[in-house]
Design a protein around this ligand. Structure first.
Ligand code: AMP
Length: 367
């Protein structure tokens, strides 16, 4: 089969790298001719809005999938009229707008913090009054890695938030005093079977994911059960096929959903080296109709993102248990250009290796 992937970034690249050993072929579409997915798979260069490249993708692919969610509605519909699309376009439609996402969570009784939309300066003040202070003002669309967000701590900050973000429709969220953050990653097959990865404990800095750890000792079996039940509702409601991720805040009273991603997720990159079957392989298996693979973690592991700059390669490779993934992208502020997974036989060995790896990551990273 040939899998057409909308988006040629690192997620498309890692999907392609997982697809080939299964005997599948891949073709990517991206407006950027330098896309790093193009280093490992054929890349069609074109804009999402142009019917020409979309038609080419639907012609060449037996199934179309996505590596990011900001694909225009019309593009998803154009493709869905011509070829099998997985995950379903409705999942994209929901996930590309923070308000729709929160509304779907509410409809499915998936707990979230208080939220309210705002399109005008007056509505912004009303929304902040509804959520209370502190609050986080976010653009409803096109925000990622902390971009398009503004924290409002006092009533006087509302004006600054409006000036910074008010040109676009907004969502205001109460600031959640979370203990830590986790992501639930699951694959759902065409037959409705679900393969669930253990919750991943995620550390962000400056709104950007820095570290992810599956099976962390902060995560309890109650958290796992709660996340599984909430995730099942979402997957069933969307009649989902492929890998889906939901990010949760862990609070004293349980999990609160932050956002969903209808795709493989940065917090699941550890699974390439640290799980029986990676999230990328399970996404491919799901969309081509193969049985899903075992999601168990092989060894204690931690994944570090390389943000802005790549750490010293020789120094990293000299440390046992280190798996380096450089995406072949140019480094610039806030840009994810690689990741490193550290594996070890036990927690003590992992801690010793992490103590050597973390300074190398930090020395190269910005922020
Ligand atoms: P997001 O783009 O919504 O995932 O936000 C990026 C990061 O900002 C999250 O992973 C949190 O660390 C933080 N954040 C976002 N929304 C909130 C919120 N309502 N309360 C507290 N922290 C938040």
């Amino acid at each position: 089969m040939t899998i057409s992937i909308l988006g040629g970034g690192q997620l498309g690249r890692m999907l392609a790298l997982a697809a080939y050993p299964l005997g599948e072929r891949v073709v990517l579409l991206d407006p950027n001719p330098e896309s790093c997915g193009g280093h490992v798979a054929p890349l069609v260069v074109g804009r999402w809005q142009d019917p020409g490249p979309l038609a080419e993708l639907s012609r060449r692919g037996d199934v179309v999938t996505f590596e990011f969610e900001n694909v225009p509605d019309e593009a998803a519909r154009f493709l869905a009229d011509r070829v099998d699309v997985a995950p379903p376009p409705e999942a994209l439609w929901v996930a590309q707008d923070r308000l729709r996402e929160k509304q779907l969570f509410t409809e499915l009784d998936i707990p979230t913090g208080p939220y309210a939309p705002a399109a005008t300066r007056a509505e912004l003040a009303e929304a902040v009054a509804h959520t209370g202070l502190p609050a986080v003002v976010k653009t409803r669309r096109f925000g990622y890695d902390g971009k398009g967000q503004h924290v409002v701590r006092t009533p006087a900050d509302v004006e600054a938030a409006w000036l910074a973000l008010g040109a676009a429709p907004l969502l205001v969220e109460a600031f959640v005093p979370f203990a830590f953050e986790v992501s639930a990653i699951a694959a759902r097959g065409r037959d409705g079977a679900v393969a669930r990865y253990p919750l991943v404990d995620n550390v962000h800095r400056g709104g950007i994911l820095r570290e992810s750890r599956p099976a962390s000792d902060r995560v309890t079996s109650a958290h796992e059960r709660e996340a599984a039940a909430l995730m099942d509702r979402l997957l069933e409601r969307l009649d989902y096929v492929g890998v889906c991720t939901v990010e949760f805040f862990v609070t004293d009273t349980g999990l609160l959903a932050n956002e969903m991603a209808p795709r493989v997720h940065n917090s699941g990159h550890y699974s390439i080296d640290g799980a029986q079957t990676s999230q990328f392989e399970n996404h491919v298996r799901a969309i081509v109709g193969l049985p899903l693979g075992d999601t168990r973690t092989l060894l204690p592991c931690v994944m570090f993102n390389c943000i802005g700059g790549m750490p010293d390669r020789a120094a990293l490779c000299a440390i046992p248990g280190v798996r380096l993934h450089s995406y072949g992208k140019r480094g610039s502020t806030g840009r994810k250009i690689g990741h490193v997974t550290v594996l070890a036989a036990d927690e003590a060995e992992l801690a010793a290796r992490v103590a050597r790896v973390r300074p190398l990551i930090d020395a190269a990273a910005d922020g």
